[in-house]
Design a binder for this molecule. Sequence first.
Ligand SMILES: Cc1cc2nc3c(=O)[nH]c(=O)nc-3n(C[C@H](O)[C@H](O)[C@H](O)COP(=O)(O)OP(=O)(O)OC[C@H]3O[C@@H](n4cnc5c(N)ncnc54)[C@H](O)[C@@H]3O)c2cc1C
Length: 541
Amino acid sequence: MSDRSDLDVVIVGAGFAGLFMLHRVRGLGFSARVIEAGDGVGGTWYWNRYPGARCDIESMQYSYQFSEALQQEWEWSERYASQPEILAYANHVADRFELRPDIQFETRVQSASYDEPACRWTIVTDRGDALSARFLVMATGCLSSARIPDFPGLASFTGPTYHTGRWPHEGVDFTGQRVGVIGTGSSGIQSIPIIAREARELVVFQRTASYSVPAHNGPIDDDERRAIKADYAAFRARNLQTATAVGSRLPMGETSALAVTPEERQKVYEERWEQGGLQFLGAYIDLLIDPNANDTAAEFVRTKIADVVGDPELAARLTPKTVIGCKRLCVDTGYFETFNRDNVELVDVSETPIGEITAGGLRIGAARFRVRCHRVRDRFRRDDRRAAQHRHPRSRRAVAPGRLGCGPAHPSWPRRGRVPEPVHDLGARQPVGAHDMIVSIEQHVNWIADCIAYLRDHQYAAIEATPDAQDAWVDWVNMIADFTLFPSCNSWYLGANVPGKPARVHAPDRLSRVRREVRRRRREGLRGFRAVAGCDLAGAA
Ligand SMILES: Cc1cc2nc3c(=O)[nH]c(=O)nc-3n(C[C@H](O)[C@H](O)[C@H](O)COP(=O)(O)OP(=O)(O)OC[C@H]3O[C@@H](n4cnc5c(N)ncnc54)[C@H](O)[C@@H]3O)c2cc1C
C-alpha cells in the first residue's frame, strides 16, 4: 500500500468498476487508491454469498472485454457462473493486473469535501484517514447496499436472521430447521429451491409474484467455448446488438408479436423457453413497448407456471398479473417446482402485509406465524451514496449529458446552492438494471478515465455538465422510457423499493444505441460541458 496521501485519484469500491478504474488510471500515469469496505475484491459478488447466488447473464459475456489475454485465459465452467466462480474471477483480475497494492480494504469512506481553491478532495474514512485527491470516483455500484426492512419488532426476533446481501462467509446450514424467507425477487428465487432442499420446513412470504424463466444451466460445451474464443470480439458485437447484451443464443426478433399467428408465437416462445434465460424477452421487437404484445409473452409464462405447479390455487398465487419484463425478469432453476414440495408453504402478504416481527416468528394481520425464522431478504437500495454525503437529487439526476458524470469538481455549484459532485460510475439515469452491467461499467470507466486525462492534458481543474445539456439528456432518457413499458410498474429500476424516493427511469434503450449516442456527443468534444480552469496543476501527473 502506497503511503501517499496526495493522490491523483481516489476510487471508492473494489467491485468490477473500481478494479477496472484503478487499472485504467494507473495506465494513464495517475497515482490512485481504491478504498473498499469489504476485506476482499468483487463488490456484489463479495457480499452476496447466499445459496444459489448466480449471474443471469451468460458467463462468457459477463466478463471484462478490455484485455484479450484475460478473455482467452479465463475458463468459465458453467453457462451461468455461480457467485464463487465470479468472485474467483474478480480475484484473478486483481492479481493478474497487480491491483492489490493500491487497494485499502476494510475501510469505509464516510465523507468527502471539496476544497475549491486547491481543487482537491479530502476523503475521510472510518479508520480516521484523511486522503487528499484531485479526483474522486464513486465506483460504489448500484446494488451494493443491503436494505434492511424496517419491520416493527425486528430486533426482538430471537432466532438467527440473514440478509442475502450480507451472507456469512462460512455459509449457513439449514438442515432440519424451520426457515422463513421474506421476498420473492431474484435473490429469493435463486435461494428458495436450495433452502427448501435443506430445511425441514420452509415458509415463503410473498408480496409480489415474480415472472421467471428457466436458466437451463449446465457446463459450457468445449466446442462452444472454443468457437467464442476464436473470435471473442464478434461474440461481444453480436450481443451488443440485442436489447440487453445478455449473451443471447437466438437473434433479437424483428417483428411485432401481434404480426404473427398465435401458433407461430407459441412456437417462438417455446423455442426461447427451451433455450432458457433472459433472451426470452427478445422474441419480438415490441414486447417491452406494446402492452398487448407483452401480454402474449406474459400469458405464455403464466401457462407454464400453471403447468408446473400442481395445485391450481397455489399456481394462481404464484402467477404475476402484471406486465412481464418491466421488473427485471428472473432466471431460475426449479423455482416454481419447489412449491410442489410438502415442506414448502407460500404465504401471500400482498393484501395483509407483515405487521410485526415477534420473538418467535411474525404477525400478518390477525394471523401469527411461529417461525424460527431465517430471514432472506432480496431487496436492495439503489445508489449507496450516504457515505459520501452527496445525496442531491438534482445533481444526481443530471450527472452529465452523456450520462457519464465527469464532474470531479464543480466550482460554480456551491454558489448555486449545489454541492460539488464526484464522478459516479453506474450513476443516475444510466442504462443499469436491464443490461449486462459489465458492458456498461467498461464504457463508463473508459469515459471517466479519458475525461480525467483530458483535464490533466489541458490543464483544467474540473469539468461540469451545463444545465441545458443535463436537461437534454434527462429528456432523452424520459422520452425513450415513455415509449416503453418500464414506467408501468413499481420496480427497483425506478427506485420504487426505497420509500419516498422519487421515481426516475434509468436509460432503458438498447445499449448499442446508448453507446452510439454517447460516442456522438463525445466526437463533438466538450459540447454540453464547461471545462473549468483554476488551479496550479504543475504537480499533477
Ligand atoms: C444478487 C445480485 C445479482 C446480480 N446479478 C447480475 C447479473 O446477473 N448481471 C448483471 O449484469 N448484473 C448483476 N448484478 C449487478 C451487479 O451489481 C453488477 O453487475 C456489478 O457487479 C456492479 O459492479 P460495481 O463495481 O459497479 O459495484 P459493486 O459490485 O456493487 O461494488 C461496489 C463496492 O463499493 C463498496 N462500497 C460502497 N460504499 C462504500 C464506501 N462508502 N466505502 C468503501 N467502499 C464502499 C462496496 O463494499 C462494494 O464492494 C447483480 C447484483 C446483485 C446484488
